[in-house]
Design a protein. Sequence first.
Length: 326
Amino acid sequence: MQSRKATAISCSNIAFIKYWGNRDAARRIPLNDSLSMNLRRATTTTTVEFDEQLTEDEVHIGDAPVREAARARVVAHLDRIRALARSATKARVDSQNTFPSSAGIASSASGFAALTIAATTAAGLKLSERELTMLARQASGSACRSIPTGFVEWVTSIDTTNSYAVSIAPPEHWDLHDVIAIVSTEEKQVGSTEGHSAALTSPFLQERLIALPIRLHRARRAILARDLALLGPAIEEDAIELHFIAMTSRPPIYYWAPAMVRVIQAVQRWRAEGLAVYFTLDAGPNVHLICEGKDAEQVASLSRQVADVQTVIDNAPGGAATTIHN
Ligand code: DP6
C-alpha cells in the first residue's frame, strides 16, 4: 500500500430504543434492534494516514495522551481494515471531537464511525454503506448507527455477520432536538462494553427482549409520522428499562445521580404545564431532553435552572459520516 491519507467527519448519536446486551460480544451482534438520531453538534473528525515508514500505529485522540486501552481498540480496528485491504502498513491517526471531551457524550460512536470512513478511504477500499456499518459495528456497536444519515435503525441478525444499520429518514425529515443536560463530566465507573455483558445476568432481561419489538415498531412509526406524543413515552420507557437492567445486573451498575433525577422530575412538571418534552438516558447520568426545534430554546433555558446542571448542548438531527477531503 502506498502512503495514503483521508479525513472523515461523523456525528455521535442518541438511541431512542437502546442497544444493551450482545448475543455475540466479540462481533458485537446485539440482542435487539435499536433506533437512534445522529447529533449534529457532537462530531468527531479523524485523519488516517497509512505510511510505510511507520513501524507501529500512532494514535492521537484530542490533546491528552491516549490511554493504552483506547489505543488498543483503535489498533484492533485498523487491523480489521488492513486485513480487508491485504496490507500491513501502519497508520497515523489523529482524532478530534467538536464537543468537549468532558461533556459526558459518548465519543466511541462518532469516533469509530469517523475512523472507519477515514481508514477505509485511505486504504483505497470501496465498500457500500451497509458494509461500512458492519465494519464500524465491530469496533463499537453504537458506531454503526453513526454511518447512515439522520434517523437510523440497527438491525441484529441470527447469524454472526449480517447485523447492519440503515437510515429510516434524513435529518430534514423532522426538526427533532436533543437538548443534552450535562450533570456530570466524570468518566463513568463502568463502561458500556462491560454493561452489555453484565446485562445478561439481569433476571429481567428476557422481559425487556419480549417488550422491545412492539416498542421499536411504535418508535419507528412515531418518527416516520413526526409524532412526538407517540415517540416520547416509548423512549422514556426504554431509557428507564436500560437503567433497570443495569441496576438488576449482578453485580449491579448504578449510573444514576441526584441531579439526573431532578431533571427527570422537572421534565414531568414541564410536560404537565404544556411543554412537549421527553427524556432519554445513556449509560451515564446526563439527561437527553427530546423536543421539537421550536421548543428547544425554552427547554435549554429551563434545564439550565435545575440545580447541578453544568452545561446544556442543543442538537438538531445530523447527517451521514463522510470524508471531508482526500
Ligand atoms: C447505552 O456502543 O458504547 O449508549 O459496543 O461496547 O462499544 P460497545 O458499546 P456502545 O454502547 C452504547 C450503549 C448505549 C445505548 C445505545 O447507544 O444504543
